[in-house]
Design a protein around this ligand. Structure first.
Ligand SMILES: [Zn+2]
Length: 239
C-alpha cells in the first residue's frame, strides 16, 4: 500500500486541470486484477459518485470523464466560475466549497476571481513552479537566465532550501513546449470559431534598424473581442 501512496503523490504532481478541484483532494489508488486505478470521490453535497481512472490506458491523464460528471453534478456556471481561479486549491476553497455549503452561486460568486491577486497558502508543486516560471518569463519578458539570479534564488529558497527552481535550459525547453501547445490550441480555436476572422499586418523598424512584420487575428469569442498575435517575422535585408 505504501508504494501505491508514493505513486499517487507522483501522479498528483501532474494534475493541474481545474476538474480535480471538484473531487476529494485525496483520491485513493486501488488495484483490481492487476490493474491500478485512481478513485475520485465527488465533493457534491448529496453525490455519492466515484470516478475511476485506470492508469494503464493511453488517456490515463484525460479529464474528459471527470468533466462530464462535473457538468452534470455541478453545472456549467460553477465550472466556469471555478475556472477563473489560479489553481485547484483556490477553486476548491473559494468557489466549490462555498457553493456546496450555501447552495447558491452568490457566495461562490462574491469572490472576485482574476484581477485581484490572491496567493495559495500551499507551497507550489514542482509542476506548478515550472508553469508559473514559464508564465512569468513570457508575460513579463524576462530573460530565462533570471532563474539563476542570486536574489531570486535567495527569495525562493530561504526557509526551504530544497525548493525546486528549474535551470535556464529547463525553462527554455518548457517555454518551447508551451509555445507548441499554445500554437495548436490557437489554430483549433480559429478553426472552430464561428466568428469571421480579420487578419491584419503591421510592419515597423526597430531602433537597431531591423524590419519586422507582425500578423494579428481579430475575432469574436463568446461575445468578446479577441486579438491574437499569430507571428512576428524579421524581414531579411535586401541590399
Ligand atoms: Zn457529483
Amino acid at each position: 500500500m505504501s508504494t501505491l501512496n508514493h505513486l499517487i503523490d507522483e501522479i498528483k504532481e501532474r494534475w493541474t486541470s481545474i476538474m480535480y478541484a471538484f473531487f476529494d483532494p485525496n483520491p485513493t489508488l486501488e488495484e483490481e486484477n492487476g490493474r491500478k486505478y485512481v478513485e475520485f470521490k465527488c465533493l457534491g453535497k448529496n453525490c455519492r459518485q466515484t470516478k475511476r481512472r485506470y492508469l494503464d490506458t493511453a488517456d490515463s491523464m484525460s479529464t474528459g470523464g471527470l468533466r462530464k460528471h462535473v457538468i452534470s453534478c455541478w453545472g456549467k456556471e460553477v465550472l466556469k466560475r471555478a475556472s477563473t481561479a489560479d489553481d485547484i486549491e483556490q477553486a476548491r476553497d473559494k468557489v466549490i466549497i462555498p457553493y456546496r455549503e450555501s447552495g447558491t452561486l452568490t457566495t461562490a460568486f462574491a469572490w472576485k476571481g482574476k484581477g485581484k491577486p490572491t496567493y495559495s497558502t500551499r507551497q507550489l508543486t514542482k509542476i506548478q513552479t515550472k508553469t508559473e516560471i514559464v508564465r512569468w518569463i513570457c508575460e513579463d519578458k524576462r530573460p530565462m537566465k533570471m532563474v539563476k539570479d542570486r536574489g531570486f534564488l535567495c527569495l525562493m529558497k530561504s526557509g526551504r532550501p530544497d525548493y525546486y527552481v528549474p535551470s535556464p535550459s529547463t525553462v527554455s525547453q518548457d517555454v518551447k513546449q508551451v509555445f507548441i501547445k499554445t500554437r495548436s490550441h490557437i489554430a483549433r480555436m480559429l478553426q472552430e470559431s464561428e466568428s469571421r476572422i480579420s487578419l491584419q499586418m503591421d510592419a515597423w523598424t526597430s531602433p537597431n534598424h531591423k524590419a519586422y512584420v507582425g500578423f494579428v487575428a481579430s475575432f469574436e469569442d463568446q461575445g468578446k473581442k479577441r486579438v491574437i498575435v499569430l507571428d512576428i517575422v524579421a524581414v531579411p535585408k535586401v541590399c
